[in-house]
Design a protein around this ligand. Structure first.
Ligand SMILES: [Zn+2]
Length: 295
């Protein structure tokens, strides 16, 4: 009888998604290689899935349709619980247009300072979301929630002259590790992030792909990440990440990881208060979490 139970469990675990539901105790963050753009998957300890941006696209190529769908399906993910559009720029939002018809999104969040009437890309995403019964959530004030033991703050930055400086930001805390995802925030956005922040982070996605106008010295000094991720395309025409940013990171104790160099980057946060790193080349380190918080 016992072997039957074992066999049954094994069969169940062949479904990756189902296995994940039992693997409580880890929270995973996957930075996809979507060329010059952003797409970050959050896999919560009991199976909830968020996708923060979905990469870009052009008339004949869409990262969401051509790459993310395949990658998500390979992981057994056919439902995204929350999609987050940090700001309505092509390299962050076009992928939603390719991905949304192929998998189920339950909810889509964006910063309420952006209205579909003023931003055609947002209007297209909004229309598609509506036709697929995706719950729309225009975020106008910070949301604090605990998702399967992970504390998540969704914070919209106020309207600014540039879309980049008004991202919908995510501050994520798990097991003493803090993560910040803030889209393409530049100088003004980073000043505002400093007003929201109450200390360093362990994992920082470099804002605006490591542009010269981001990762400003006061911001980077305060964030003081253990790992900094540059989500960039190989040989991109902007020269991202910029040499000044690379120099700043090289002078610090932060470890830099780049999607154009190592492809995908997966960070696994463990309930024991540490996180490990893996990319296409294999293991890329283990780090102790520094930010104990109450959730
Ligand atoms: Zn961007």
């Amino acid at each position: 009888m016992q072997w039957l139970v074992v066999l049954f469990s094994l069969l169940i675990c062949l479904s990756v998604r189902y296995c994940d539901r039992f693997s409580s105790g880890t929270f995973r963050i996957l930075f996809f290689d979507v060329g010059q753009g952003d797409a970050v998957l959050l896999r919560f300890p009991k199976g909830e899935v968020w996708l923060v941006d979905a990469g870009g696209g052009s008339e004949n190529w869409n990262w969401g349709q051509q790459v993310l769908y395949r990658e998500l399906a390979r992981m057994g993910i056919l439902t995204v619980d929350v999609g987050v559009l940090t700001h309505p720029d092509r390299d962050h939002g076009m992928g939603f247009l390719g991905l949304m018809p192929q998998i189920t999104f339950r909810e889509l969040r964006w910063n309420s300072v952006f209205s579909p009437t003023e931003h055609p890309l947002l209007a297209n995403i909004f229309e598609l979301a509506h036709s697929h019964q995706v719950r729309p959530l225009a975020v106008s004030k910070p949301i604090r929630e605990v998702v399967e033991g992970v504390a998540v703050r969704t914070v919209p930055l106020p309207a600014a002259g540039s879309k980049n400086d008004s991202p919908l930001t995510l501050w994520v805390d798990f097991a003493g590790c803090r993560v910040l995802l803030a889209g393409d925030a530049e100088k003004l956005g980073e000043r505002r992030l400093l007003q929201v922040s109450d200390g360093p982070v362990d994992i920082l996605k470099l804002n605006h792909h490591g542009s010269q106008t981001s990762t400003t010295p006061p911001f980077f000094a305060r964030m003081n990440p253990q790992v900094a991720i540059a989500s960039v395309g190989a040989g991109n025409p902007y020269g991202h990440p910029k040499s000044s940013v690379l120099h700043r990171i090289a002078q610090s104790r932060s470890k830099l990881l780049r999607t154009d160099v190592s492809g995908f980057i997966e960070l696994t946060l463990h309930s024991g208060g540490f996180f490990t790193c893996r990319n296409a080349d294999g293991e890329c380190g283990q780090f102790q979490c520094r930010n104990g918080v109450n959730i």
